[in-house]
Design a protein around this ligand. Structure first.
Ligand code: AMP
Ligand code: GLY
Length: 422
């Protein structure tokens, strides 16, 4: 099959690697790809949001299946454009991508579908938002409704912090248009879970649950990032819990999306806060695979990923996919200054004797004209270890992350700390 993967981060490297492992006869393309992806696929220097050139690329290579990694091109209508040209696309339409691109829309869908989530209200006017804060108990969570690269949610311990956050968004426009609409919601307690549901719009195949680590610092301290590590499976996500989430969250949302004329085909990512009483409260939906969760989840899948994505993209019945026993732990290596800034151009050294079971995914890397691998962004590499036990995978991932070197490297040694302390 000729497959084009759109994007150039760790998630896309993991997708390309999993597709190549699923069927070595695939002809793989990526746009823009990265130096890691280039070992497995032909990389084309086209940005992931350049819809016209991506459509031309798919045409030029007679692509059978396009798999879209990031949310921005989906929200811009890449899948609509490609489908209009007769291509098979794994990824939702722009209308369905609103489930991630507009938190206000997503809240509305959840309310209509009766899905458990934090009580909330939506504002476009500063005064009304301030009045709401004055009458609601803290902690509150203030969110820019639009796409903000994972940085648009501010957890506020006090009302003063919540006021400052809405002033930032609706007053100073610090998030640009993403903050034109603001959602204020109640703080949810519990343990977070990332769940990937491959869907053809009606039916779902839920992949092994993962847990992300959003804060930069060990012990979940410091500012939020795009994700500093992930692991799977998660002990609290028992088959019964997953069945409940499918019944109470995923299927009602898909039915509501279809009812609104925006059926969702692709990867529906549910970010959940599992309440101690078992209620799966939704924190957010994303319209694509999560990063770095993908780098942990995909290596645990058995054969059949291509067939699953292709069937979902076509709206056909979904085949089963097997999951290997064992555990996967992914540790992200970030560059100096992340998440406030990032540094570029520092040489990276990866030992060539990393143990079997360790995979180094490229997230933000580049090759210089001399062929030196250098840092090129906030999250640089994602190091996944697969092993029989969680503890072994955690140790291997941490040791490999420690052995890789570049200037200013930041990583967490405690990925999966909850699993260890259970
Ligand atoms: P979001 O951008 O909606 O995914 O939020 C980013 C992160 O903020 C989440 O992964 C949670 O850790 C935290 N968060 C968001 N909303 C809530 C909430 N209502 N209660 C508690 N934590 C939240
Ligand atoms: N790791 C969180 C996300 O991909 O949104």
């Amino acid at each position: 099959m000729r497959i084009l993967v759109v994007g150039g981060g760790g998630r896309e490297h993991a997708l390309v690697m999993a597709l190549a492992a699923d069927d070595p006869s695939h002809q793989l393309h990526a746009a823009p790809g990265n130096p890691g992806i280039a070992a497995l696929a032909t990389c084309h220097p086209i940005p992931a949001d350049d819809i016209d050139r991506l459509a031309d690329l798919a045409d030029a290579h007679a692509i059978d299946l396009v798999v879209v990694g990031p949310e921005v091109p989906l929200a811009l209508g890449l899948a609509d454009r490609l489908r209009a040209e007769g291509r098979t696309v794994f990824g939702p339409s722009a209308a369905a991508a609103q489930i991630e691109a507009s938190k206000a829309f997503s809240k509305d869908v959840m309310a209509a579908a009766g899905v458990p989530t934090a009580a909330s209200a939506t504002f476009t006017e500063l005064e009304a938002a301030l009045a709401y804060i004055a009458t609601h108990a803290e902690p509150l969570v203030v969110k820019a409704s639009g796409l903000a690269a994972g940085k648009g949610a501010v957890v506020c311990e006090t009302r003063a912090e919540a006021e400052a956050a809405v002033r930032d968004m609706l007053g100073d426009r610090r998030f640009g248009h993403a903050g034109d609409v603001v959602v204020i919601e109640a703080f949810l307690v519990g343990e977070e879970l990332s769940l990937f549901a491959v869907t053809n719009g009606r039916e779902v195949r839920v992949l092994p649950a993962a847990q992300d680590h959003k804060r930069i610092g060990e012990g979940d301290t410091g500012p939020n990032t795009g994700g500093m590590g992930a692991y799977t499976p998660v002990a609290i996500a028992t088959p019964e819990v997953l069945a409940r989430i499918e019944r109470e969250v995923l299927l009602p949302v898909l039915q509501e999306m279809e009812r609104r004329g925006a059926p969702f085909r692709g990867l529906l990512y549910a970010g959940l806060m599992m309440h101690p009483d078992g209620t799966p409260n939704v924190v957010e939906f994303n319209c694509r695979f999560g990063d770095p969760e993908t780098e942990a989840v995909l290596p645990l899948l058995g054969r059949g990923l291509t067939a699953l994505l292709d069937a979902a993209a076509r709206g056909e019945p979904l085949p089963e996919i097997t999951v290997r026993p064992g555990a996967a732990v992914t540790t992200v290596l970030a560059s100096a200054g992340y998440p406030e800034s990032s540094s570029k151009g520092d040489p990276i050294s990866i030992p060539d004797d990393l143990p079997l079971g360790v995979t180094v995914y490229h997230a933000g890397t580049a090759l210089t004209s001399h062929g030196t691998l250098v840092t090129n962004g906030g999250r640089v590499l994602a190091v996944t270890a697969v092993a029989e036990s969680f503890a072994a995978a955690q140790g291997m991932s941490r040791d490999a992350a420690a052995a890789i070197e570049f200037k200013g490297k930041q990583f967490r040694r405690d990925i999966g700390w909850r699993e260890i302390s259970r």
